[in-house]
Write a protein that binds this ligand. Structure first.
Ligand SMILES: C[S@@+](CC[C@H](N)C(=O)[O-])C[C@H]1O[C@@H](n2cnc3c(N)ncnc32)[C@H](O)[C@@H]1O
Length: 303
């Protein structure tokens, strides 16, 4: 059993290597361990988003946290585990020149790459700080919005990270976090297969526990804005499971999911919170309608 420090050392070493690779080597998985060109599990595409910078996109995310972050011009946004800055630059397009974006990452090569990107873009209000998100180098009550993409699953002490988010957010501030969670117990063989295939699985916890940590930290108006299954192809599963085990797994509804969770720190302006609440409802209705269209179009064969 590895200690928390040992886990962090392994994670840092892995992302030091990944920071030197390009997107093509990483995009087969949310964590940069997949086989390039074989399967792409990150269905959310960034390329059409305002602020997208290909040099910052290492193909490491598992969602689109900024989509639900309701960032306003002038906001201060904090990106946890910012990598080369992919979400930070999307956030910068929304805060504009009057806001500020802070990215935190504990891998020095990632920070270097992110800073080079900010410099090339001539952004003076996007800052990358080296640090551990369990102990954020950010002052109390100073941030409007926290975003994060596929990072907390890698962190040994998740309650500590949510306590830190609570500390740095201003009263009434909120977060939008995309992450990997599990539903049900994956058989050990499958867990290993999933880690080989998708990465980001070994440190992932149960969805119910994840949401419980957020509630217990004291956040309110928690909602899962989006959830998508990480599908491991049957031919990979068959390498690890017998036919009976495979059928039992399929029937069990056990699985690995990417979720994007939203919640708010208590306090702040109730009117602003009500406006955000209405927007969240609209976003969720639109997503449900899109999903319905994609899946249930006559002749699509998937309903
Ligand atoms: C899967 S990558 C995601 C990077 C980025 N969010 C993106 O979507 O491109 C995870 C990142 O989290 C960073 N990370 C992992 N654990 C961390 C910790 N405890 N504190 C700070 N950064 C961490 C890694 O260095 C890596 O850059």
């Amino acid at each position: 059993m590895q200690t928390a420090e040992q886990i962090k050392t392994v994670v840092r070493e892995k992302y030091s290597e990944i920071a030197l690779q390009d997107k093509g080597c990483n995009e087969a998985s949310c964590c940069g361990v997949g086989t390039p060109g074989t399967y792409t599990i990150m269905a959310d595409s960034y390329t059409d988003l305002e602020g997208y910078n290909p040099d910052a996109d290492l193909g490491l995310g598992c969602g689109l946290p900024t989509q639900f972050a309701q960032i306003q011009a002038g906001d201060t946004v904090l990106d946890l585990g910012a990598g080369a800055g992919n979400d930070a630059f999307i956030a910068r397009a929304e805060t504009g020149a009057t806001g500020k974006v802070i990215g935190v990452d504990f891998t020095p090569t990632m920070i270097r790459r992110a800073r080079e990107n900010a410099e090339k873009l001539n952004f003076h209000n996007v800052e990358f700080r080296q640090g551990d998100i369990e102990d954020l180098p950010v002052s109390d009550n100073s941030v409007d919005v926290v975003v994060s993409n596929c990072v907390l699953n890698l962190v040994p002490d998740k309650p500590k990270v949510f306590n830190e988010i609570m500390r740095v957010l201003r009263p009434g501030g909120h977060f939008s976090i995309s992450d990997i969670v599990l539903v049900g117990d994956l058989p050990d063989a499958l867990r290993n297969a999933a880690e080989m295939y998708a990465g980001c699985v070994s440190g992932a916890i149960q969805k119910a526990e994840y949401l419980d940590i957020i509630r217990r930290t004291g956040f309110e108006n928690l909602s899962v804005q989006k959830q998508k299954p990480i599908l491991i192809p049957d031919e990979i599963l068959r390498e690890y499971l017998s036919e009976d085990e495979l059928q039992a797994f399929i029937a069990s509804k056990t699985g690995i999911f990417s979720v994007t969770a939203y919640a708010e720190k208590p306090g702040g302006d109730p009117a602003q919170k009500a406006v955000r609440g209405e927007k969240r409802k609209v976003e969720m209705r639109n997503l449900a309608a899109e999903a319905g269209k994609a899946c249930c179009a006559p002749g699509s064969g998937c309903c």
